[in-house]
Design a protein around this ligand. Sequence first.
Ligand code: PMP
Length: 379
Amino acid sequence: MKRVYLDYASTTSVDPKIIEDMMPYLKDDFGNPSSPHYYGQKARKAIEDAREILANSISAQSEEIIFTSGATESNNLALFGVARALREKGKHILISSIEHHSVIRPAQELKSMGFDVSFIKVDRFGQIDPQDIKSAMTPQTILVAVMHASNEIGTIQPIKEIGMITKAHNVLFLVDACQTVGHLPVNVNELNCDFLSFSAHKFYGPKGVGGLYARKGSRLSAWLLGGDQERNRRASTHNVPGIVGMGKAIDVCRQQLPGEMQKQTQLRDRLIDFVINNIDGSRLNGHPSQRLPNNAHFSFEGVDGEALLMSLDMNGFCASMGSACTSGSLKPSDVLKAIRLSDALALGSLRVSLGRWSTQEEIDAFAHQLKKSVEQLRQ
Ligand code: PMP
C-alpha cells in the first residue's frame, strides 16, 4: 500500500544528501572535537562550520549557539539555567498556557522548588495578548517563555511585540522555535529574544540533536555538568555526525524557504477549504491566518479522534491527533482546553502537518479519505 505521511510536525525524514554528508563523521573522521590531535581537529572544524551556518540562519553569532540533544534539552537548559543563575534577583517565571511539555514540566518543577510560575492565557485562536505579559510582570520576574508557533494548532505568536516588552523590562525571554526554525524566517534580533530552542529532526535533519541560542551576556548556568564543552554551558562529547547533519539541513531549508512556504501554504489552504466546505460539523482550530504554513488542525463533531486516526492509518494516511494520551486514558489536550474547545470537540480532533515532500495529489487523496472516514465513523 502506498503510504502518505502527513505528520511532519512530529518528525521529518532526513534528506538522503544529508545522510551522505554525515557518513564521514561516523566512519573515517570519527574524532572527538575536544581532542587536540588530527582526528579531533577535523571533527572540531566540522562542528564549528555547522555552528556558523546555524548562527547565520537565525542572525546570531556563532558563540551564541549551544549544541544540545534537541529542543527538550534546550528548553530544560534555559529554564533551569536561568532560574539557577538569577534566583537571587527574583523567583517569578511567566509562561504561556500552551507551551510544549518540555517548557511546562520544568516550570512545574521550578514551582515545586519555590519559584512562582504564572501561566498566561491565550484567546480562542491560541494567541497571547502581549499586554497580558506586561500586566503579569512583577519586579521579581526573571524569565518569560512563549513558543514561536504551536506544535499542535499551528498558531504563530506575536513574539516581536512580547520581546519588546521583556527587553524594556530587562527580563530574559525564551522562545521555543522548534516548529519554526527551517520553516519560517527566524531572526533572533527581530524577535527580541534572549534564548531560542530548536531540534534538527523538525527540519529534515537527524533526531537527537538540536540547539539553544543564548544571547551574549544573558545569564545561564549549565544544567548538564561533567565537561567543559560548549564554553562550559553543556557537558558531554559532541554528537558530531548529528551536528554536521543539522548544519546541512538548515542550509537546504534556507535555500528553499520562500518556495516551500508558498507551496505548503497553498496545499494547506486547499485542504482547509475542502474540509470546511465538504465535511459537515467540521471546524478549523488555531488562527485563521497567523498559522504555520504546514499546519491544519480540525475538530469533527460526533467523531472519536483516535478512531479517525486508525481509520486513516488503515487506508494509508499517517496524521496525528490533537490530544495527549496520559497513562492509558485519553484526555483532551491542555492546548485545546486553553482555546476553550469542548471536551467532545477536543477528543474529535486531527492535526495534519505537511512537508517538503507533500504533493497536491496526496492532499486531495487524503481529503477524500478523511470525508469518507468521518462519515463512516458517524454511522
Ligand atoms: N517544543 C516543541 C514546540 C515541539 O514541537 C517539540 C517536539 N514535538 C519539542 C519542543 C521537543 O523536541 P524534541 O523532542 O526534539 O526534543
